[in-house]
Design a protein around this ligand. Structure first.
Ligand code: GDP
Length: 443
């Protein structure tokens, strides 16, 4: 996913720091120089980097780090917190009008992923038991209307369209009326994009805004375009009062700088991130979780929420606690594996696991049904005690598991090693990050 390079570099900087024990001011300065370079290389806006480093430095050179027993961890924590702040601090949620429908207008350049994001958003709302209506307002791009209709059919959301011979302003007005008449509580209006920002486009968008007074104007930008995405956001925001950004294609190997800078440069929060072409590849954007992913600390909450969509948050938190405290057992693993099929591509899942970037070999596992069945067979061949205590799996027990599950000893060993690595990684992070942040850290 995006940030892979950045995450790798930052993790290197911090592991060097950790190797040092007590830190001097020079150590911190040197580390921050490297952080600065890493951010610039990830295409984070120059000014944003400068301010960010200044802030981190001010806190890091202060008492908290140099006097701490675990200074490197305190530095990581400071970077984590500042990175979270940089991306907006807390999650910025979708507006909800108390006079439905809540009107959401999607704007952006051609190819940014507007139509796709409209469909994804409708799907997300449907899953939350809302009744969204999609409106096809892009009358210029050939096949845009058809594309939305196909998406609508796929996700089972109604699509309002009047063909391509009527002005988008009229379409939007009629769509709003249609939503009111039909009890739709959300209206998502897909609008036309252009290759570049031009006056005619902006005028038309302004007229639509005037006509339907949207509660949200979401700008869809393509993370792969890097700083250009931030420039586009600035330009659009000057002309239309945007309320937020949908950052698409964060699944691609973009350097991720746009996602880190857009809030700081424009003041606009990222509300959603697009992480794939499929209709369920949209995530609410949580700055804290994203920071955690960038720093290689994983994003268990998103992972677990995805896995257990529909199950309450308390349960997700409990599973996260288990993972962090390394109480995670083979039974939990089996449980989670049942959910894996719902999660989507494995590389996305891996991005959310702590330290996964470093776990070579993990990348090669393919979650296909056959593989899952084999692993499940191994776990199912274990006794109750073995499932709860992975450490008791002696060679003779492994041999039994191999025979019982129809796998080779090597397969069993490989699986247990992977499971072990995962737990170790979790343990490592849990000792680094107590419930209130790193040890030795106040407040
Ligand atoms: P629009 O012109 O802004 O409406 O763009 P589209 O919605 O047609 O999207 C353009 C292309 O980007 C399509 O091929 C989409 O499948 C693809 N796309 C959109 N969002 C994402 C995303 O989050 N990740 C990836 N990998 N592709 C995306």
């Amino acid at each position: 996913m995006a940030f892979e390079g950045l995450a790798g570099r930052l993790q290197n900087v911090f592991s060097k720091l950790r190797g040092k024990g007590k830190l001097t001011e020079d150590d911190v300065n040197e580390a921050l120089r490297e952080v600065r370079l890493a951010l610039l290389e990830a295409d984070v806006n120059f000014k944003v980097v400068k301010e960010f480093i200044a802030k981190v430095k001010e806190r890091a050179i202060g008492q908290e780090v140099l006097q701490s027993f675990t200074p490197a961890m305190v530095v990581v924590d400071i970077v984590n917190k500042e990175l979270t702040e940089l991306m907006g601090g807390t999650q910025s949620k979708l507006a909800r009008s108390n006079r439905p429908p809540t009107v959401i207008m999607m704007v952006g350049l051609q190819g940014a992923g507007k139509t796709t994001a409209s469909g994804k958003l409708a799907k997300m709302l449907l899953q939350q038991n809302h009744r969204p209506l999609l409106a096809a307002g892009d009358i210029y791009r050939p096949a845009a209307i058809k594309q939305l209709q196909v998406l609508g059919e796929q996700i089972k959301a109604p699509v309002f369209s009047m063909g391509d011979q009527i002005s988008p302003v009229e379409i939007a007005k009629n769509a709003l009326q249609h939503a009111k008449d039909n009890g739709n509580d959300y209206l998502i209006v897909d609008t036309a994009g252009r290759l570049h920002i031009d006056e005619a486009l902006m005028d038309e968008l302004k007229q639509i805004v005037e006509a339907i007074k949207p509660d949200e104007i979401l700008l869809v930008v393509d993370a792969m375009t890097g700083q250009e995405a931030v420039n586009v956001a600035e330009s659009f925001h000057k002309l239309l009062e945007l309320t937020g950004v949908v950052m698409t294609k964060l699944d691609s190997d973009t350097r991720g700088g746009a996602a880190i800078s857009v809030k700081a440069v424009t003041g606009l929060p990222i509300k959603f991130a697009g992480v794939g072409e499929k209709m369920d590849a949209l995530e609410p954007f949580h700055p804290d979780r994203m920071a955690s992913r960038i720093l290689g600390m994983g994003d268990m909450l998103t992972l677990i929420e995805k896995a257990q969509a529909g199950i309450d948050a308390d349960k997700a938190k409990e599973m996260e606690r288990k993972m962090r405290t390394a109480e995670f057992t083979f039974d939990d693993f089996l449980d989670q594996m049942e959910q894996v099929k719902k999660l989507g591509p494995l590389d996305q899942i891996l991005d959310m696991l702590p330290g996964a970037g470093k776990m070579k070999g993990m990348k090669d596992i393919k979650v296909d049904d056959k593989q899952m069945a084999r692993v499940a067979a191994i776990v199912k061949s274990m006794t109750k005690e073995e499932r709860q205590n992975p450490d008791m799996l002696s060679p003779s027990r492994r041999k039994r598991l191999a025979a019982g599950s129809g796998n080779s000893i090597q397969d069993v060993n490989r699986f247990i090693k992977q499971f072990d690595d995962m737990r170790k990684m979790m343990k490592q992070f849990s000792s680094m990050m107590g419930p209130k942040g790193p040890k030795g850290m106040k407040g």
